[in-house]
Design a protein around this ligand. Sequence first.
Ligand code: NAP
Length: 244
Amino acid sequence: MQKVALVTGASRGIGHAIAAELSSEGWAVCINYFTHTQEAETLAEQLCQKGHAAIAVQADVSDRAQVSRMVRLCEQQLGPVELLVNNAGISTAGLFQDVDDAGWDRMLAVNLTGARNACMEVLPHMISEKRGCIVNISSIWGLRGASCEVAYACTKAAIVGLTRSLALELAPSGIRVNCVAPGCIDTDMVKMLGDETRSMLIEQTPMGRLGTPEDIAHAVSYFASEKASFVTGQVLAADGGFIV
Ligand code: NAP
C-alpha cells in the first residue's frame, strides 16, 4: 500500500508542485483546494493517469469541520495520512492600520489556524502509529519581518513557532515537524503584487531570479524523505540567498 500525503492548497502554485513531486516519489496524494476545483481535479487526473493514486478534496482549512471531513475522506479513499504539508495560505499587501478586523482574523484563520486544524486531524493516527511527518510552509517574511505585510508576516513567524514547539512535543512520538521558508517564488501570490514589485524582488534576490514552485517542492521532499530521518524542528530558507 502506498504512503499517503495530504497537501493543503495544492490547486495552484507551490502546493501544486509539492503534490506533483511527492506523487512522482511514490506518495498517494490528497490534493486539497478551496476555490480552484478544475485545477485540483485536473492535477489529480494527471497523476492518476501516470499510475499514481491521487484525489482532490475541497475544504477551507480555516474550518475545522471541513478539514475533519477531508481527512476522513482521504483515510477512506487513500489511507491514513503519514505526511501532512501545511501549504495553504493567503496574503495581502497594505499598511498595518488599513487591515480591518475581518482581514486580520481571516489571515490568522487560514495561515495559522488552518495549519493547526490539519495537524489536529492527522495527529491521532500518527501518534497511535508512532510515525509521521509534518512540513509547514512559512516564508522569509516570517523570519525577517515585512513592511506592508504585517499580518501575513505574523502568521508566518507563528508557523515557525508552531514547527519548533510541535517538533519538541512530538519527537518522543516518532513524528518529525519541519518548515520550509520560501523566498520570492513565481506564483500568483507574487504576480498579484504587480510587475514593478516583482522586478524589485528579483533585484533583491542575490541569485537574481524568482524561485520556482519546484524549488520549494524539492525542499519539502527532503524533509519528507528518509534522508531527513534525524531532522526535526528545522527551518530551511529556500530563497536564493535573500536573507543571508
Ligand atoms: P497561491 O499561488 O496564491 O496558491 C495558494 C493556494 O492556497 C491555492 O491552492 C489556494 O486554493 C490555497 N488556499 C487559499 N486559501 C485556502 C483555504 N482557506 N483553504 C484551503 N486552501 C486555500 O500561493 P503560493 O505562492 O503557491 O503559496 C503557497 C504557500 O507558500 C503559502 O502558504 C504562502 O504563504 C507561501 N509562500 C509563498 C511565497 C511566494 O513568493 N509565492 C513566498 C513565501 C511563502 P484555491 O486556489 O483552490 O482557492
